[in-house]
Design a protein around this ligand. Structure first.
Ligand code: UT7
Length: 335
């Protein structure tokens, strides 16, 4: 059995910055409400014609990660792509990256675990490397939220939160089992599937049926979120799954050098920080600049933290996420 380690990280966000005041011109909201409830000041949105999509942003982040890892795209054995906002209903974005990066005919796997997508993708990649089946795996999280949000007042509790962007990690074999990804922990609870969901168009609610619905009554083609219920579950599950990772590795909260939580809401991160009594140096947040980028939030934050020199060799790094499904998970990494 091998371990896997992160050999390179990359992130890409569209240039177009959308502030809270910009959103207030489109719907009944305001900067004070958004900042107070979520910590978000601005987010990035793809603009028509800027060449960005979920797949192309993912490929841009991947290119940076590959360069930093000093691993050629031709040496990647598997692509794992996490997103809830793929370019097409099918095929998934993984195969698009294979083409965009001109890679050999490697397998491409798409993961659909929303805000926990990057942790599920990382864990999947880790298993392939652990067993020795693959040596180098490209893991991507990317989202184009702005293409599918309701920017009228009706959708304000969801649309002010989410932003576009991508992050990527190149995983490679680590022969020293005390280093790299030490463990991953994954969970789901499908009874809450519709508390945070985009129901259609889908095989259950196809376009003609949706068109017959009264947009004032039911709008399955925009995301629905039961915000307070999601919030309560998130704080509980974040804490549980971080503890699970610590216990599995004989660590305590004091041993955490850096916690990178999925950037769902600054209030959730602060709750987790308080629960584990972490100093501001032991947690990294950037939601104020990007909003919630779902599967991309952890790899973007991880890339930034690494670029700023906040993650050093030998550090105990914890990644944790909670989101639609419900799904939640964590990863414990010795850097
Ligand atoms: O990453 C996936 C996981 N997602 C999450 O973890 C999100 C978890 N939930 C949350 O972050 C919070 O629930 C929200 C930020 C979504 C909402 O905050 P809240 O404190 O739970 O507010 P609320 O939904 O209870 O709404 C409070 C009030 C309502 O008005 P009334 O009924 O009190 O008059 C809303 O209509 O705020 C109103 N409101 C807004 N006002 C201005 C909702 N959205 C907005 C808005 N601007 N954008």
């Amino acid at each position: 059995m091998y371990n896997s380690k992160i050999a390179g990280l990359g992130a890409y966000v569209p240039e177009n910055i959308v502030t809270n005041d910009d959103l207030a011109k489109r719907m009944d909201t305001n900067d004070a409400w958004i900042q107070e409830r979520t910590g978000i000041k601005e987010r990035r949105h793809i603009e028509k014609g800027d060449g960005n999509s979920t797949a192309t942003m993912g490929a841009k982040a991947a290119k940076i990660a590959l360069e930093r890892a000093k691993i050629d795209a031709a040496d990647i054995d598997l692509i794992v792509f996490a997103t809830l906002s793929p370019d097409y209903y099918f095929p998934g974005c993984g195969v698009q990256v294979q083409e965009l990066l001109d890679m050999p005919t490697v397998p491409a796997l798409d993961v659909r675990n929303q805000c926990t997508g990057f942790i599920y993708a990382l864990s999947t990649a880790d298993q392939f490397i652990k067993t020795g089946m693959y040596k180098n795996v490209l893991v991507i999280g990317s989202e184009n939220h702005s293409g599918g949000l309701d920017f009228t007042t009706r959708g304000r509790n969801v649309s002010v939160i989410f932003g576009d962007g991508a992050g990527a990690a190149v995983l490679t074999r680590e022969e020293d089992n005390s280093k790299g990804i030490l463990s991953t922990h994954l969970h789901s609870e499908g009874k809450h599937a519709l508390e945070l969901a985009l129901r259609g168009p889908s095989t259950m609610e196809w376009v003609p049926e949706i068109m017959e619905k009264d947009p004032q009554e039911d709008i399955p083609y925009y995301p629905y979120m039961n915000g307070q219920f999601v919030f309560k579950n998130a704080v509980q599950r974040f804490a549980e799954v971080v503890n699970e990772g610590l216990e599995k590795n004989g660590l305590t909260a004091k041993d955490i050098d850096m916690l990178i939580p999925h950037q769902a809401n600054l209030r959730i991160s602060q709750f987790v920080q308080k629960q584990f009594k972490l100093s501001d140096d032991q947690i990294y947040n950037n939601i104020e600049r990007y909003g919630n980028t779902t599967a991309a939030s952890i790899p973007i934050a991880l890339t930034e933290a690494w670029e700023k020199g906040k993650i050093k060799e030998g550090d105990n790094l914890i990644l944790a996420a909670f989101g639609s499904g419900f799904t939640w998970g964590s990863a414990v990494i010795k850097w």
